[in-house]
Ligand binder design. Sequence first.
Ligand code: PAF
Length: 284
Amino acid sequence: MKRIHTIAKMQHQSDAWRSAGLCIGLVPTMGFLHEGHLSLVDHSLKAADRTVVSIFVNPLQFGPKEDFAIYPRDLERDLNLLSRRGVDAVFHPATAEFYPADFSTFVEVEKLSKSLCGPFRPGHFRGVATVVTKLFTAVKPHLAVFGQKDYQQAAVIRRLVRDLNLDLRVVVAPTVREADGLAMSSRNILLSPAERQRAAALYEALTMGRKRIERGERDAGRIIAEMRAHIERALDGSIDYIAIARADTLEEVAHIAGPVVIALAVRLSNVRLIDNIVAAPCGR
Ligand code: PAF
């Protein structure tokens, strides 16, 4: 497995693969890999001839009071996991090269960034859209794989690829969950054992919400109230939001008339967990 640290070397490698007619898959990550990431890697290994995994903890997508400094990192362990999985190259750029001191160009995907996590993480999706665009120009992939756990992020990236005519395919792979339903996340390691146990309530609430929609409930407010009560009974966290939004535009709805995403973000001590599930009224 190649380890590539500079943009020029990455571009050079991708140009060589492209000249040889090989299809390149990219899995962008911030490292501290878990089975969720590895399932994205497996998607790329199946669909592409060469798979590149980027590992870069992107400062631009963290707010000043967020967890950039304590975001878990373990590069050697990640490299081992990826090499055993059969990945062709890891792209691990230096922050100083990715964002030189006079860096001043940003990518902003307007509407889709405004709902759900948007108001709670100002600048977050601008940071994600910017770094992902830079990863695309460095790695020059034919396809890029993202996880459905970050539903809004995947929607933002799909839109930026469409709006900027980027010549690549975005693949969104299903969320991988622990045995009790908790979505896998690098941040789960930061939970105390008691918090980790109680965090299963998030997925329980989401599946409750989906069942209510499938059984005919159309009032989003009623479903959200039930989900909120379930989470508040189970854990001592603070709920940023629980929302039901159109699956395509991410606009929150009061009445459910088509496919929706039920999404939530909850803070347990310093750890912000997000999760979602897609639901549709019967026959839609
Ligand atoms: O989902 C993530 O890990 C990050 O947001 C991404 C896509 C790697 C951009 O930094």
